[in-house]
Design a protein around this ligand. Sequence first.
Ligand SMILES: O=c1ccn([C@@H]2O[C@H](COP(=O)(O)OP(=O)(O)O[C@H]3O[C@H](CO)[C@@H](O)[C@H](O)[C@H]3O)[C@@H](O)[C@H]2O)c(=O)[nH]1
Ligand SMILES: [Mn+2]
Length: 736
Amino acid sequence: MPLACFTCPNHCGGRPSTASSRWFTSLPFWLYSTAMSKTYSSTPPLASSLSPSPFFCFSDLVLAFMWASAQAFRMSPIRRKEFPQNLKQIIKDEDFVGLDVFICTADPYKEPPMNVVNTALSLMAYDYPTEKISIYVSDDGGSVLTLFAFMEAAKFARHWLPFCRQHNIMERSPHVYFESISHHPSIPQFEKIKIMYEDMKMKVEQVIDKGAVIEEYISDDQQHQAFNKWTKSFSRMDHPTVIQIMSYEQVILDKSKDTDISGQLMPNLIYVSREKSKTSPHHFKAGALNVLLRVSAVMTNAPIILTQDCDMYSNDPQTPLRILCYFSDPALKSNLAFVQFPQRFHGLNRDDIYATEYKRLFKINSMGFDGLNGPNYVGSGCFFRRRALFGGPSTPVPPEIPELGPDHVVRKPIISHEILSLAHRVAGCNYENQTGWGSQSGFRYGSLVEDFYTGYRLQCEGWKSLFCNPERAAFLGDVPITLFDVLSQCKRWCIGLFEVAFSKYNTLIFGSQSMGVLMSLAYSHYALWPIWCIPVTFYSFLPQLALLNQVSLFPKITEPWFFLYVFLLLGAYGQDFLDFVLDGGTVRKWWNAQRMWMIRGLSCYLFSSIEYLLKSVGISTHGFSLTSKVVDDEQSKRYGQGIFEFGVPSPLFMPLTVAAIINLFSFLFVLTQFFSGKNTEGLCLKMILTGSIVLNCLPVYGAIGLRNDAGKMPTQITIISTFVSVALYYASSLSL
Ligand SMILES: O=c1ccn([C@@H]2O[C@H](COP(=O)(O)OP(=O)(O)O[C@H]3O[C@H](CO)[C@@H](O)[C@H](O)[C@H]3O)[C@@H](O)[C@H]2O)c(=O)[nH]1
Ligand SMILES: [Mn+2]
């Protein structure tokens, strides 16, 4: 009776030795990269003052490195399948292991508490023995509004959970469920539950609008006591720990567990806002997760942990059964650290204009990773074995107090005084001083991509991971819907990736020593992700400026290099296209993905590299800027129509705008040369390069010249970019 199996995604049947078909298609890119460097030495010598060749050589080296490192993902991609229906025959209900779910939220205004509540409800309603589930909510926003929302959610959950079970509902986020179905004549309680949900939503939103809990909504003393912890001196960045165990029936209970309206036990629901002080570092999300790791150890200490972003609700109640297919497999048991689901999103627009699906990152390359030591951790939708966060498989790192150890058995009820006071102690902001938290155990500190870094460190310690990608998405999350948000998020990721790349655990040297060459290359491909900015920036400006100054950098159509050049260019693009479309992507989505690659090259990759450099020399600092999950109606309307949203006068848009202007002029220049019949054989490659950049920049021209809505290109950016373009042209004419 199989629980799980795996195959190669290239439809070759069975377990592949290598995915040779994919490997083959990537060959052109390598040749392309090599040939590019050779081409320059074959072009006529340029004016001696500034020869662009070294820049191109460097750009091509970067291209070659990105090509070579990406090959690691092509060696043996695998696709897995689970058979959760067989599980119940092997494991009895009472033998299901405990599951501690961690949900992080950090700001009630950027991450609306109603969304967080919906995420929590969808996870509480898993098809899993309820008494084995504990939900821990970390509120880094330290907000009484979020706590209020959860108190309301607890009341509603007593009705929602049995309702989902009885009617076998798949959408267990009430928001999603009631949005998809407005009327259900065959379910008698439908209307009643819907009204309860609407009522809860109204109360929570009123409280958010008011910015404070409304007195008449407080139903008992226990709630009063909890809200009173928000004293005058309580602020987001400076406050004591608040841990609140939700009671479902809103009366003080002496039994350890509450039941729902059908008499079944309810999962534990625990609100945690860790102590914050302006003088102690809090390490952003990694810090929050470590607090939950300790608080949960003290209270329930489940062997399996699910980490979840507040906007990623469960879309499939069977998910925990799927992961048990792996965690209970004796062949995998000894060193499997985590099972990662892909991040998938709802609300993408039809052609995914900002390519926020990140198909390659979250799916294609994860399958590639899976054939090696396993996928990287992506922060959400990941089930950990608790033990993996306490040292390598054969080199355990025991915590400073035994109650935090993965094997410790909790014997007291979670509401007991001893447990609560210990939980407060381990949530304190100075608890980690002089301990190995964040360096040797738990989620690792030192990078803004704590997920990437933690997964990487675990794999270096000898742990393996697994990629689980069922057809029905296990989780669905929000995507940013403005270009500024998309690029800012990507910039934060890039800075975090560089922090890993240039740490003492750098992915090339330390990584290859710990995990071998292929894993090291795969991790380096991402750790050095921002260096894409080098070739993208140079190819967006230098050949164009040279062209406008009538200097040629490209071979003519009659030279043999020309064909190699075109072959490689088409090869690289063709390969990317094939990967994308074979994985079910549409042509338009692919087009948008390559456009966003160029845009990121000129914005977030570039700016993160600069910011990282500035930080290294001590000039700037950076924090975790949350991605907003609030929807502005106008913006979301434009997003739905597939219109690019600029709007913010951010420097992030400048290099892109300058490239758009310079390439437009270069393209027009090439066209006039072509039509005047001058030097036509030298024009082809220039036409392809400038033409494709102009095509990619069409939304930029529209945003500069044709639009009048709030999402158009801010006038300041247009003016400054025009000046910069002219200045670049003159500077290049002096030096070329
Ligand atoms: O100080 C902080 C900052 C963030 N968060 C939480 O971290 C999560 C991710 O934040 P978000 O702004 O949504 O960042 P994204 O870039 O969308 O998140 C991706 O990238 C992050 C790493 O940068 C990972 O942690 C996430 O899991 C991954 O989905 C959210 O639930 C936040 O509430 C905290 O708990 N404390
Ligand atoms: Mn997010």
